[in-house]
Design a protein around this ligand. Structure first.
Ligand code: FMN
Length: 213
C-alpha cells in the first residue's frame, strides 16, 4: 500500500464570496478573478480542464490553454480532428474548469462551441513560435503513431520543406469560441463550508444564485 493520504487536509481561509461584491455580469467577474490568478503564484493560470462527451455520453477531459476571452466567451486552439475535436463536431457541448488551487478557487463554465473564422485562427497560428507551428503541422493530434522517431522525421522534413517560408495553417488546426450558458465561482472556506456563486443564462440576462457547498 502507498502512504496514507486520507489525512491530507488543507484549511481554506484565503478569501470569501459576498453577493454584494460579485458583478451582475459573470464575464466581468471572470475577468476580476482571472487578473487575480495572473497576479498570484498560481502556475499556468490560463490552463483549464476541458470536458467533452462522445455520442455514448462518455465524458473525457484534458488540459488546454485559454488564449482569449471577451463578452462573447472563451477561446482556445487545438486540432479539429483530435479526439476532442471529433467529439465537438457531433456534440458541441463543453465544460471548462479553472483549477486555481493556489487561490483556493475554481471556476466551472458550461456552454457550447463554435469554430473561429479561418482568419482568426491564421492570425493566432502565425503569432506562435515557429517550433510550435511546425509541431502542430506534423502532428495529427490524437491519432496513433508508430514511434517518436516517425514524428521527429516528419518534423525534419517539414523544417526543410518550409525553410525560409511561412508555415501554412494546418488544415485541421484552429480555434473554438466557447459561448457560456452557466458559470460557477467557488471559493474554499473554513471547515469545508465553502462559497459557491452560480450564474445561469436567461435569454438576455443572467440569473444568479448561491449554491450549497
Ligand atoms: C499545461 C497544458 C497545456 C495544454 N494546452 C493545450 C492547448 O492549448 N491545445 C491543445 O490542443 N492541447 C493542449 N494540451 C494537450 C492536451 O491536454 C491533450 O493532450 C491534447 O489536446 C489531445 O487531447 P484529445 O486527444 O482529448 O483531443 C495541453 C496540455 C497541458 C498539460
Amino acid at each position: 500500500m502507498n502512504s496514507d493520504i486520507s489525512s491530507l487536509r488543507t484549511e481554506y481561509s484565503k478569501s470569501q464570496i459576498s453577493e454584494s461584491e460579485m458583478s451582475a455580469d459573470p464575464l466581468v467577474q471572470f475577468s476580476k478573478w482571472f487578473e487575480e490568478a495572473l497576479n498570484s503564484d498560481q502556475l499556468e493560470p490560463n490552463a483549464m480542464i476541458v470536458g467533452t462527451a462522445d455520442q455514448q455520453g462518455q465524458p473525457s477531459q484534458r488540459t488546454v490553454l485559454l488564449k482569449g476571452y471577451d463578452n462573447n466567451g472563451f477561446v482556445f486552439y487545438t486540432n479539429y480532428k483530435s479526439r476532442k475535436g471529433l467529439q465537438l463536431e457531433k456534440n458541441p457541448k463543453i465544460s471548462l474548469l479553472f483549477p486555481w488551487y493556489h487561490l483556493q478557487r475554481q471556476i466551472i463554465i458550461c456552454g457550447h462551441v463554435s469554430k473561429l473564422s479561418k482568419q482568426q485562427s491564421e492570425e493566432y497560428f502565425h503569432s506562435r513560435p515557429r517550433g510550435s507551428q511546425l509541431s502542430a503541422y506534423v502532428s495529427n493530434q490524437s491519432q496513433e503513431i508508430s514511434s517518436r522517431r516517425e514524428l521527429e522525421s516528419k518534423l525534419s522534413e517539414a523544417e526543410s520543406t518550409f525553410e525560409n517560408q511561412e508555415i501554412p495553417l494546418p488544415e485541421n488546426w484552429g480555434g473554438y469560441l466557447v459561448t457560456p450558458t452557466s458559470l460557477e465561482f467557488w471559493q474554499g472556506r473554513e471547515n469545508r463550508l465553502h462559497d459557491r456563486f452560480f450564474y445561469e443564462r436567461e435569454e438576455d440576462s443572467w440569473k444568479t444564485s448561491r449554491l450549497a457547498p
